[in-house]
Design a protein around this ligand. Structure first.
Ligand code: XMP
Length: 518
């Protein structure tokens, strides 16, 4: 792999994604790994990421020169670049010329070397630094400079060492991907061979090796991750996988049917659906406090899932071969954020129905553990999953239960479902699915307002559109949807959903607003 050493900013994941976009496999490792440990992984190349420290501050993460003497190609980026410069005898100083944001970098000479091949003499780059490299290490060629960075990029092709002060992984760096690819393909001589096809083949082999002739269970949420994980495991072990879907009655229009029909048709997965909307509705009766709703839905979900699981496990154990594996759709960002633990996880499930051991130990199968969301979608498409599942927006576990402000009832769910389906249909028709991270539609069920329709006065509910753009849902901005689209959605909803007589737009960013209303 190409190892991205994470020096603590948020850029490491982006670097790893960009490397994979160049069809080269990459993994993130923490900067606390020793040089020996990094080299033991046999990396094809190493990239040192940016980070928030100052290289000469006491206790700042450093790197011993051995890493740069091992013959493995290294690219230093931003803080990683300064770490490299200082380990190799260059100079890093606080010049006072802090640069942040789009900056012009100028090539230092006609000969642009390996790293900047294909870049123009002057290019826009994304900078974010207080310290600067003021002198390249001996034997290195300075490739570019900017106002605040006298040595903004350097290289020593004989030693396969390269560095840039700016962030080539950020889209604002106009030739960023080119710089990364120059390093990977020309500097490190790596062949681009990582593709969706071989992710699938590799995962199928790994799943087969792990599960052997055992059986597995997978909970489907209706979302992309669990669907793709299940489809991969199904490819690997066929009918020895059983999927369980709890229909809590809080899904959007047609979502359960899409899993039951389209997903099953596309994958051949063996599916057990637990129809539990009664259970959820009666538990939610009279409740309008958001946190209480969430707790109730969470609690009932576990109960409903365990009941369904119980049934499946008992049926599967009838031939003397009980289920020993649980499939989960954990993604790479979750793995990295939780410290990247490598040990095999094991989870315990409690059972107290006759015929099954009290504490069942499952081994976890997590075929998406190494993948980013966009790769998961690509794998799903390649496996032939329906677009309405693979392209699905993020949807909260408590479902429409937290998109009805007030008590959740069957009637209100029905109103919200119809309005939400119209909004989604129009967004898709306008071709804006990729520009919008998600667009919750929220029913203000306890609010009524006066309206007029035909000759009559109406007294209906308002509905809120909450389109947001975001990278990771941690922060978000409200999406500037075209007003014709908003008009179309509003007209259709007020015409087609009798109970709604007003459509309003949420124009709050996050923070201060969250994406969901509850
Ligand atoms: P907020 O509302 O906190 O939402 O800005 C951030 C993202 O998380 C989703 N969300 C949830 N997802 N269970 C989930 O699986 C939940 O309880 C939950 N609450 C919010 C939300 O849709 C958005 O993508």
């Amino acid at each position: 792999p190409v190892l991205v050493v994470d020096y603590g900013a948020q850029y490491a994941q982006l670097i790893a994604r960009r490397v994979r976009e160049a069809n080269v496999y990459s993994e993130i490792v923490p900067h606390t790994w020793s040089t020996e440990k990094i080299l033991q992984r046999n990396p094809a190349a190493i990239i040192l990421s940016g980070g928030p420290s100052s290289v000469y501050a006491p206790g700042a993460p450093q790197r011993d020169a051995e890493l740069f003497e091992a013959g493995v190609p290294v690219l230093g980026i931003c803080y990683g670049y300064q770490v490299m410069a200082s380990a190799l005898g260059g100079s890093v100083e606080r010049t006072g010329a802090r640069e942040y944001g789009a900056t012009m970098a100028t090539a230092s000479q006609d000969m642009t070397g390996t790293l900047l091949e294909g870049s123009p003499e002057v290019q826009t780059v994304w900078m974010s630094h207080g310290d600067s490299v003021t002198g390249a290490p001996e034997g290195f060629t300075t490739l570019a400079s900017s106002d605040g960075a006298p040595v903004a990029a350097f290289e020593n092709p004989e030693r396969k060492l390269y560095g840039v002060q700016w962030h080539p992984e950020v889209n604002h760096s106009a030739y960023g991907q080119q710089v990364l690819e120059n390093f990977l393909f020309n500097g490190a001589q790596i062949a681009p061979s990582w593709s969706t096809g071989n992710i699938i083949e590799e995962q199928i082999e790994l799943i087969r090796a792990q599960v052997g002739d055992g059986k597995a269970l997978c909970g489907l949420s209706g979302g992309v991750d669990s669907a793709v994980a299940a489809a991969l495991v199904q490819r690997a072990i066929g009918d020895r996988l059983t999927c369980v879907l709890v229909d809590h009655g809080l899904m959007r229009q047609d979502e359960v049917e899409q899993v039951e029909k389209d997903f099953v048709a596309a994958t051949g997965v063996k599916l057990h659906v637990a129809r539990e909307s009664e259970r959820f509705l009666s538990a939610l009766k009279g409740v309008s406090d958001p946190e209480t709703k969430r707790k109730i839905i969470g609690r009932e979900f576990i109960r409903a899932f365990e009941a369904a699981e119980e049934q499946v496990l008992r049926a599967e154990a009838a031939d003397g071969k009980p289920v020993g594996f649980l499939v989960q759709g954990t993604l790479y960002p979750d793995v990295v954020e939780s410290g990247g633990g490598e040990g095999a996880a094991n989870i315990k499930s409690h059972h107290n129905v006759g015929g099954l051991p009290e504490d069942l130990q499952f081994d976890l199968v997590e075929p998406l553990r190494g993948l980013f969301k966009d790769e998961v979608r690509a794998v799903g498409r390649e496996l032939g999953l329906p677009e309405n599942i693979v392209g699905r927006q993020p949807f909260p576990g408590p479902g429409l239960g937290i998109r009805i402000i007030g008590e959740v009832t069957e009637e209100r769910l029905d109103i919200l479902r119809r309005a939400d389906a119209i909004a989604r249909e129009e967004l898709t028709r306008a071709g804006l699915d990729d520009d919008v991270w998600q667009m919750p539609v929220v029913l203000l069920a306890d609010v009524r307002s006066v309206g007029v329709q035909g000759d009559g006065r109406t007294y209906g509910h308002p509905i809120v559109l909450r389109p947001v753009s975001s990278e990771d849902a941690m922060t978000a901005d409200w999406s500037r949807l075209p007003s014709e689209l908003l008009a179309k959605i509003s007209n259709r909803i007020t015409n087609e959903v009798e109970e709604i007589n007003r459509v309003v737009l949420d124009v709050t960013s996050k923070p201060p607003g969250t994406i969901e209303w509850e």
